[in-house]
Design a protein around this ligand. Structure first.
Ligand code: NAD
Ligand code: UD1
Length: 339
């Protein structure tokens, strides 16, 4: 029996594959490499000390998927594959709906055909929109302000409908807060294409000298220092959340919706300070106007994950920064050959 990891060459998928292999699971990575490189898989193989089956294919392509289900005895899918750039989703909504929603529908159709009905899905805290209060619990109202977030909301609903139609499905919706950090080896990590959209890779690339200065989007929020507050979670902790979800999935008798966060909020300025301490480098910054669509504060109530998955985040913000820095400083150009 094996686990199919869609998007397994990407940032969170590659870290999760390592932990799954360490737990003795058979894994097949399925990825179209639209936002990842083969080099990431080679490095994962080096870390785990064995080769991992990899199929380059698209989740929107039934033939690509069917050939994997024909070849391997797959009993569960961890579904990371998706596009995730919020800004791009606003300018290219159909690309996001096609890739994320059509892709997930196609995946589920093929799974059903092969009687594989267990899926762990990568959702996001973005589905809470602008929450009225924090910490955020799973039963808070949901909304979306952009096509990326809407694709996550729609997929959650589609998966719930699939369960209503056939309760033999086992479905876990994991709502991630802000994944950061890297594997402690410093050989794999987040490698955004072009200018980073997210805070941590932007800070890391500024510290390493690739970017001149960090733009801090607003210092007039109603937070401790005026900058935005988020729940940063180490990617290895997040990966462990998936291992626990897979271990327990057979027991679930309803669609499980679970926050994966630490329960702690840190401001942008606090992250900059922690990163400077962890890296020994200065991170020059400029305060600029707020980014459209941003909210002041977002952090999880992670108690349901503790209760249901026996999981909690263990790594602190300093370790997140230290591990991000190790990856960034060892690989200033990410997975690309040094130029
Ligand atoms: P990522 O871009 O590094 O990984 C996604 C992977 O999916 C990439 O390797 C990409 O090549 C692959 N992919 C995309 N479309 C595909 C398709 N049609 N067929 C096959 N493969 C395809 O992103 P990530 O940060 O690892 O995120 C993984 C998942 O978690 C995504 O669904 C994302 O929306 C979700 N998520 C991420 C964050 C975050 O901040 N990183 C937060 C919340 C949720
Ligand atoms: C962003 C996405 C969200 C997604 C999440 C995790 C937007 C509007 N939202 O959220 O949908 O689920 O990433 O992938 O893109 N910041 C700066 N300067 C920067 C970058 C960020 O000051 O160059 C600030 C932001 O204003 C925010 C914090 O840093 O206060 C974190 O930003 P980011 O890493 O982009 O995550 P989110 O805003 O939580």
């Amino acid at each position: 029996m094996a686990i199919l990891v869609t998007g397994g060459a990407g940032y969170i998928g590659s870290h999760t594959v390592i932990l799954l292999k360490e737990m003795g699971q058979d894994i097949i990575i399925f990825d179209n490499l639209s936002n990842a490189s083969k080099e990431a898989i080679l490095r994962v193989e080096r870390i785990v000390g064995e080769s991992i089956p990899f199929v380059q294919g698209d989740i929107r392509n039934k033939d690509d998927l069917s050939s994997v289900f024909e070849q391997y005895d797959i009993d569960a899918v961890i579904h990371f594959a998706g596009l995730k750039a919020v800004g791009e989703s606003v300018s290219k909504p159909l690309k996001y709906y096609d890739n994320n929603i059509v892709g997930t529908i196609t995946l589920c159709e093929v799974m059903a055909k092969y009687q594989c009905k267990s899926i762990v899905f990568s959702s996001s805290a973005t589905v809470y929109g602008d929450p009225e209060t924090t910490p955020i619990k799973e039963d808070f109202p949901t909304s979306a302000t952009n096509p990326y977030g809407r694709s996550k909301l729609f997929i959650e609903e589609i998966l719930r409908d699939i369960y209503v139609s056939d309760t033999s499905w086992k479905i876990v919706l994991l709502r991630y807060f802000n994944p950061v950090g890297a594997h402690p080896s410093g050989t794999i990590g987040e490698d955004p294409l072009g200018l980073p959209n997210n805070l941590m890779p932007y800070i890391a690339q500024t510290a390493v000298g690739k970017l001149k200065t960090l733009n801090i989007f607003g210092d007039d929020y109603d937070t401790m220092d005026g900058t935005g507050v988020r729940d940063y979670i180490h990617v290895m902790d997040l990966a462990m959340g998936h291992v626990k979800a897979i271990e327990k999935i057979a027991q679930f008798t309803e669609v499980m919706t679970i926050n994966l966060g630490t329960g702690n909020g840190y401001s942008v300025l606090e992250m900059v300070k922690n990163f400077e301490k962890a890296s020994g480098k200065k991170v020059p910054y400029t305060i600029v106007p707020r980014r459209a669509g941003d909210i002041a504060t977002c952090y999880a109530d992670p108690s349901y994950a503790k209760e249901i998955l026996d999981w909690e985040a263990k790594k602190d913000v300093y370790t997140m920064c230290k591990d991000s820095w190790r990856w960034q400083s060892n690989n200033p150009n990410g997975y690309k050959e040094d130029v």
